[in-house]
Design a binder for this molecule. Structure first.
Ligand code: PMP
Length: 287
């Protein structure tokens, strides 16, 4: 099937889509990104991802490339042109194209915008989630501004590769206090021995996951015990359940941490229920 990408104002064939070699995203990872889950051809958690995008851009002093209303239109058009019913929509904004120099271009240049959309086989991902997944731990090696959704993902890519090589789907970063920060592309959660849902607080050096915040609404409404209290790998291994959240993984149950099975090694009932509730709510609210 033909795929199309949006590049700086127009849709082009995916295979021919290109940016200039002196784009600052390519040269310096000077840019940010966002990923929306697509349900029924609509964008999930749209508002949350927009708010975080504007914040990431503002923190880096990159100009907003267009208004939220225009961006929503282009994202929807990318989804439509690629005939995505179930999948992901990706947006990248960089500081633009300029002669290579670390400091910002002066005068400023227009930011570069790239949008792609791809289909996912939800039946296959549901079947995978029903089996549960494994994570491994890696030392935290990232910069101090993980709250910015920067395209500088080298530590995340290395961590993810380490996970693959160890038969896991995700790597959890562990800081120098021995506490899990988050995954290479997801937030990390456990249900501890007391039955309390735990995930790292957002004052820590982590990305403020949009799936995480929507799931928090679900958790609050359900009255489940919850605490934004960090945990160690040993606590995760002794936990009743664990799971990860993200626009790609949604809510995916974790059944082993560093090779140690959690409980009976099957997805826990709470994580399984939360996955269903999250998807139901996100589908309803998608735009
Ligand atoms: N942490 C990191 C490092 C991520 O890359 C992601 C996914 N983009 C997340 C957390 C989850 O964020 P979200 O729920 O907004 O996709």
């Amino acid at each position: 099937m033909s795929r199309f990408a949006y590049v700086n104002g127009r849709f082009v064939r995916h295979g021919e889509a290109a940016v200039h070699i002196e784009d600052r995203g390519y040269q310096l990872a000077d840019g940010v990104y966002e990923v929306w889950a697509v349900f029924d051809g609509k964008l999930a958690d749209a508002e949350g991802h927009f708010t975080r995008l504007w914040r990431s851009l503002d923190e880096l002093r990159i100009a907003h490339p267009m208004s939220q209303a225009s961006l929503l239109m282009v994202l929807r058009e990318a989804v439509r042109r690629n005939k995505v019913k179930e999948g992901l929509c990706y947006l990248q904004v960089t500081r633009g194209v300029a002669r290579r120099d670390h400091a910002f271009p002066n005068p400023a240049v227009p930011p570069s915008v790239v949008i792609t959309a791809k289909s996912l086989d939800r039946a296959a991902t549901e079947a995978k989630a029903a089996l549960g997944a494994s994570v491994v731990s890696v030392p935290e090696t990232r910069w101090a501004r993980c709250d910015i959704k920067s395209i500088g993902l080298l530590p995340n890519a290395l961590a993810k590769q380490a996970a693959r090589e160890r038969g896991a789907i995700e790597a959890w970063f562990v800081d120098d206090m021995g506490l899990v920060t988050e995954g290479a592309s997801s937030n990390a959660w456990i249900i501890d021995a007391e039955g309390t849902l735990r995930t790292r607080d957002t004052n820590a050096n982590i990305l403020r996951g949009i799936t995480r915040s929507t799931l928090l609404e679900v958790i609050r409404a359900s009255g489940l015990p919850f605490s934004e209290k960090p945990f160690t790998i040993a606590e995760a291994q002794a936990a009743k359940e664990a799971f990860i959240t993200g626009a790609g993984s949604l809510v995916t149950p974790i059944v082993a941490v560093d090779g140690v099975k959690l409980g009976d090694g099957k997805p826990g009932p709470v994580a399984t229920r939360l996955r269903r509730s999250y998807i139901e709510l996100a589908r309803q609210k998608a735009v």
